[in-house]
Design a protein around this ligand. Structure first.
Ligand code: AMP
Length: 198
């Protein structure tokens, strides 16, 4: 059963990437989440797309929570504009905290760390440890190879075809934000009508 959707974790690159469309998408995501009233949860840095998402959400008056492991505090140049910053002891604690705090996950362009974060919540959903929406935003086609890898695992018999339903593939930020709003409405409707919640 969906729970209320109020906090969205964004996984994305700690670099800007080579296509300017990536930073534009990150800014549109931060702004859009704030305007829709979602709290942003992210990796706590001010570098690359991570910093762009956080800055845009803050500029639009949004609530932002950052979660950064102690050893990355300087490397990822911790964002001092984010009031709600949690410093964790390890990478695992960071991912666990972001996972527990978020009601949904948005995956924007990124590198190995972004892949790791995506696959971790994907495999946890496969194991039924959670049922939170996972949305990949395929800006400029960056996610094609990633989803192609999953398709190949299915074709090779290493993953069940149902694995494709564990995440949603959205072509751009406006459609991802629209889908989040829709999921938020569904969650609220189910909550309001559920006698167990009264
Ligand atoms: P990247 O996509 O590689 O730029 O990394 C994006 C985010 O993932 C950053 O916040 C990194 O700290 C984080 N990250 C990098 N490497 C890993 C890893 N091995 N496991 C989990 N997160 C990582």
């Amino acid at each position: 059963m969906p729970t209320a959707l109020s906090s969205v974790a964004v996984f994305c690159g700690s670099r800007f990437g080579s296509n300017p469309a990536y930073a534009e998408a990150a800014a549109a995501t931060g702004r859009g989440l704030a305007e829709a009233g979602f709290r942003l949860i992210y990796g706590g840095g001010k570098v690359g797309l991570m910093g762009v998402v956080a800055d845009a959400a803050l500029a639009a008056g949004g609530t932002v929570s950052g979660v950064i492991p102690r050893f990355l505090q300087s490397r990822e140049v911790m964002h001092d504009g984010v009031e709600n910053l949690l410093v964790t002891d390890s990478m695992h604690d960071r991912k666990q905290s972001m996972f527990e705090d978020a009601d949904a996950f948005l995956v924007l362009p990124g590198g190995l760390g972004t892949f790791d974060e995506f696959f971790e919540i994907l495999t946890w959903r496969q194991l039924r440890l959670h049922d939170k929406p996972i949305l990949i935003v395929d800006v400029g086609g960056w996610a094609r190879a990633l989803t192609g890898t999953i398709d190949r695992a299915i074709a090779d018999g290493f993953a069940d075809p149902s694995a494709r339903a564990l995440f949603e593939h959205l072509p751009d930020v406006p459609q991802a934000l629209a889908r989040l709003a829709e999921l938020g409405r569904t969650a609220r409707t189910v909550h309001a009508g559920d006698p167990a919640m009264l």
